[in-house]
Design a protein around this ligand. Structure first.
Ligand code: P1T
Length: 385
């Protein structure tokens, strides 16, 4: 089956349903009764451990990333925490892309470091930087590609080859691309991770996370820790995510078409200093994007001429774009990473990576793009005034 057919059908086959439902029911029961003591370990036992609605979603999630296994969590960060707790121990070392979602860096630096896990941040646009950071105790490489918020890319295949020479696990946060535009496991990654809150949910009404893997042993450890740590996705949220996934392909096509139009519009605007969007030929890694991704996605960032004051004026004067964190929903959002999503990253670290105070990040929605461009024009008018 191809992408959309899987997105619509896997996990919700009518022949598996009690009444032939074409949509998974929401199984709210927290526990499952047994007829005898002999059966107590058979089938579903307790909903943290396993739930039919979450199972249906997990099968669908696996299918989207061409994976053997999928696991659903209560947030992207819960998924990340569970990966780290399941696979690492005190004294282990992680090499991470230096441009990551601020909350991921906060988890690494302010939580995991307390448990004796060590982190080195590298510019993973250059695979050799990953090789040069490998130590005796390196167990994991952690990539986002494209990164949040600067849309930098890592060559997943090249990094995986380097890491696998030393049995180092490669994790790719695929949130920005979505499984429609990029499949990291097919490129050699060991674990793919999503904030389901974003494109997979797609409607800004669920916070969730997902992990997809092929390796049996990694899966068993993750599955054990999903239950043992307990950061599971609820049945209702699982159902909402399944509903969202069915339209992922059509949404992503439209997100991308709108983002491309807006990126071109911004790039030509006299008040714009620079635009970060992998779909633009001016993006330094445009060739890698074409090779590694099936599309360029709906996220872009840009810098206005001027500074923070102009950027604030710009984002505050828009009417259709909501001034809000998060991304990947049908509605367009705009935000200032330095003050909002990446405020937990210290200023000197932000600047080293290239996140200026005036950087504006846009999650391009699926509205009529002419309305979006007219709205942005209001922002420029406010800056000019
Ligand atoms: O918010 P949560 O579902 O816990 O997912 C965390 C997360 C993980 N990875 C990436 C690439 C992310 O962008 C996020 C969350 N990001 C935002 C809330 C944001 O506005 O960037």
């Amino acid at each position: 089956m191809r992408f959309s057919t899987k997105a619509i059908h896997v996990g919700e086959e009518p022949e598996g349903m009690q009444h032939g439902d074409v949509v998974s029911p929401i199984h709210l029961s927290t526990t499952f009764a047994k007829r005898s003591i002999e059966e107590v370990e058979e089938g579903y036992v307790y909903s943290r451990t396993g739930n039919p609605t979450r199972d249906a979603l997990e099968r669908k999630l696996a299918a989207l990333e061409n994976a053997e296994y999928g696991l659903a969590f209560s947030s992207g960060l819960a998924a990340e925490s569970t990966i780290l707790l399941a696979l690492l121990k005190k004294g282990d070392h992680i090499i991470a892309f230096d441009d990551l979602y601020g909350g991921t860096k906060r988890l690494f630096n302010q939580v995991m470091e307390r448990f004796g896990i060590e982190f080195t941040y590298v510019d993973a646009r250059e695979p050799e930087n990953v090789r040069n950071a490998i130590r005796e105790n390196t167990r994991m490489v952690w990539l986002e590609t494209p990164t949040n918020p600067l849309l930098k890319l890592a060559d997943i295949r090249a990094v995986a080859e380097i890491a696998h020479e030393r049995d180092i696990i490669v994790v790719v946060d695929n949130t920005f691309a979505s499984p429609y535009f990029q499949n990291p496991l097919d490129l050699g990654a060991d674990i793919v991770l999503h904030s389901v809150t974003k494109y997979l949910g797609g409607h800004s009404d669920v916070v969730g996370g997902a992990v997809m893997v092929n390796d049996d042993e990694i899966y068993e450890r993750l599955k054990f820790h999903q239950n043992a740590v307990g950061a599971i996705l609820s049945p209702f949220d699982s159902w909402l995510v399944m509903r969202g996934i069915k339209t992922l392909a059509v949404r992503m096509e439209r997100h991308e078409r709108n983002a491309m139009r807006i990126a071109r519009y911004l790039e030509e605007h006299p008040l714009v200093e620079r635009v970060y969007y992998p779909g633009l030929p001016s993006h330094p890694q445009h060739e890698l994007a074409k090779r590694q991704m099936k599309g360029f996605g709906g996220m872009l960032s840009f810098e206005l001429k001027g500074g923070l004051e102009e950027a604030i004026k710009f984002v505050e004067s828009l009417e259709i774009f909501a001034l809000a964190e998060s991304l990947g929903g049908v509605e367009s959002l705009i935000e200032l990473p330095a003050i909002m999503t990446h405020a937990s990253v210290p200023k000197d670290e932000r600047e080293k990576v290239g996140i200026r105070d005036s950087l504006i990040r846009v999650s391009v929605g699926i509205e009529d793009v002419e309305d979006l461009i007219e709205d942005l024009e209001k922002g420029f008018e406010a800056v000019r005034a």
